[in-house]
Design a protein around this ligand. Structure first.
Ligand SMILES: [Fe+2]
Length: 228
């Protein structure tokens, strides 16, 4: 039953207009000890979703203020330390809802699990997420339809955002590679299956914005994964 439901959710994404809708304006900063890609997904009217507040809250807050956008949401692709260390400070500064997958949500409530990473300098404090999403859920940001697409394997609840012909893949799919699967909840087989499913579910080309390293495209990744 669950599987049937998931299937229809995926179908809704694939047969929807997802990949032909307007593309968002994107701004990116590389922030923190792990060189995390932090993104602003911005609508034509200047409303924005912040994706993955790595660390260095001050820098992120200043960036948002200087960019002139109105922050509406914070989305966390997965609950790893290098994607959430600035979450509390940024959330407090802008008072906006925090979105994460229902499966990874408990990670945000577990400071111990996050603070055990060796690069943590300012300890993380628990943040209660406001909106829990699962695959197939959609969020409208003005003219932009943001679709949530599950990519488990890096963590159980890793979640991508599809907006227009742009896909933000968190740490599951990186440029010619993938995030590590050695931390709790990691599973290499599931991760590879998630990547292969993405490459089939979204035909044609799209811009792929990962959680680390440079951006890539679906076509480039299809070529790469043919041989890996
Ligand atoms: Fe990660």
């Amino acid at each position: 039953m669950m599987e049937e439901q998931n299937k229809s959710r995926v179908q809704a994404i694939v047969t929807g207009r997802t990949l032909t809708e307007p593309d968002p304006r994107i701004e990116k900063r590389v922030i923190g000890a792990c060189h995390t890609n932090v993104y602003l997904v911005i609508s034509a009217r200047g409303n924005a979703v912040l994706v993955d507040p790595a660390d260095d809250a001050e820098q992120i807050i200043r960036w948002i203020q200087e960019s002139g956008v109105r922050l509406r949401y914070i989305f966390v692709t997965h609950g790893h330390a290098d994607h959430v260390l600035a979450l509390e400070a940024v959330r407090d500064a802008f008072q906006v809802p925090v979105i994460i997958s229902a499966i990874d949500a408990p990670r945000l409530l577990d400071p111990e699990g996050i603070n055990e990473r060796p690069y943590v300098t300012v300890p993380y404090k628990a943040v209660t997420p406001d909106i829990l999403v699962q695959e197939g859920d959609e969020l409208w940001l003005d003219e932009l339809k943001l679709c949530f697409y599950g990519m488990p394997g890096h963590t159980d609840g890793s979640m991508a955002i599809v907006a227009g012909r742009t896909i933000l893949t968190g740490d599951t799919l990186l440029c010619e590679g993938h995030g590590k699967t050695t931390l709790p909840g990691g599973d290499r087989e599931r991760l590879i299956a998630s990547i292969r499913r993405l490459l089939v579910d979204f035909p044609g080309d799209a811009r792929v914005l990962p959680g680390h390293r440079q951006e890539t495209t679906l076509q480039a990744e299809r070529e790469y994964w043919k041989h890996h």
